[in-house]
Design a protein around this ligand. Structure first.
Ligand code: ZN
Length: 344
């Protein structure tokens, strides 16, 4: 319908009806701005406000250096090399740069790769690669220490080779079950830790049973004198707490002890387990173990941003916080090989 037609239709309506339609349209446009972002502008603002660094040598002094194909160029005062808004980011070298803002919007809305493929007219492999470049660029390094009561517990995902052809085993349906009883190498342990101030850590830890060293690696650097650890009776957590001299309240589930002194429990963390599994199983129909940590980082970011007004913008900002995406992206395979080589 032409704009002039819509206008005349609106003008013909009684005032109250017209106003109510207009207010609905305003609401819609608010929803739209919630999910709009402009990656190039976000990055350019960071660099122009002298809050960025040279992507080649991390020096913080650089000057504007003209334009190149619609991009602002900068020149580093230390290494003398030039760069643009895109250099060092996950977008560097991508074709279809004009589609990245829409891609980020669709990703934040958790649209499927098939849907994105159709809307943006890109192939599915591109949609998949972009997703993992973006996830690799999300900083998973935060030094926030856990303070106060801190719940930690592991949950298990069955090993999945989704998207990869596997010999000697029929593909498992979503979720599925292990071919052996008990916890074994087909179970991928994920440690979830959270305090009651919304600090959250999600770490793919090992194949099979959890050991003290896995807990140390996942959360050892986030434990302090201010941490009060609350876990189940797992012996590895006891050892970890003793090693780190941290106050520890293990719950005796064998005695049906689910809450101790009214405050010590692991119900928040168990609720996170459930929501995380539901998200992985029903939003993505399961994910390949190789990419599991990437999705955990996405889930964590999603939790962090859920109260933000401009989620896509905040999401885009997070993807430029560290420029080491390329290292992480290329390391996915190596990390996976290390994981599956861990023994019971
Ligand atoms: Zn430099």
């Amino acid at each position: 319908m032409k704009l002039s037609k819509i206008k005349s239709y609106l003008l013909d309506l009684p005032v109250t009806e017209r106003n109510s339609i207009i207010s609905e349209i305003v609401k819609l446009s608010e929803v739209r701005t919630d999910i709009v972002c402009n990656f190039q502008k976000i990055r350019r603002d960071v660099l122009n406000n002298k809050q960025g660094e040279c992507p080649h040598c991390q020096h913080t002094k650089y000057v504007k250096f003209g334009f190149k194909s619609g991009s602002q160029r900068y020149k580093c005062k230390s290494c003398n090399r030039s760069f643009t808004e895109y250099t060092g980011t996950w977008i560097a070298g991508l074709h279809h740069k004009d589609k990245i803002d829409d891609y980020l919007n669709l990703m934040v809305q958790e649209k499927s790769l098939d849907k994105i493929k159709v809307v943006l007219e890109i192939n599915k492999k591109t949609a998949f690669d972009w997703r993992h470049k973006i996830l690799s660029s999300i900083s998973d390094i935060d030094d926030d220490e856990f303070t106060g009561i801190t719940e930690s517990d592991e949950t298990f995902f069955l090993h999945s080779s989704k998207g990869i052809k596997v010999k000697n085993r029929n593909p498992r349906k979503r979720g599925g079950s292990s071919s052996k009883r008990g916890i074994n190498k087909e179970h991928i342990a994920v440690i979830v830790t959270q305090d009651r101030k919304k600090n959250l850590d999600l770490s793919v830890a090992t194949c099979g049973r959890l050991k003290k060293i896995n807990i140390e690696k996942a959360i050892g650097n986030k434990i302090s004198d201010h941490t009060i650890l609350c876990t189940d009776g797992h012996v590895s957590y006891k050892g970890f707490a003793i090693d780190n001299k941290v106050e520890h309240h293990p719950l005796r589930s064998d005695l049906k002890q689910f809450v101790k002194n009214e405050v010590y429990h692991i119900q928040h963390v168990n609720s996170t387990h459930r929501r995380l599994k539901k998200w992985i199983d029903y939003k993505f129909w399961g994910v390949s173990t190789k990419y599991l940590q990437q999705y955990l980082n996405w889930y964590k970011l999603k939790e962090t941003l859920k109260d933000k007004k401009y989620i896509a913008k905040s999401f885009a900002e997070k993807t430029i916080e560290n420029l080491s995406y390329n290292f992480k992206y290329k390391n996915i395979e190596i990390e996976y090989q290390i994981l599956i080589s861990t023994q019971l």
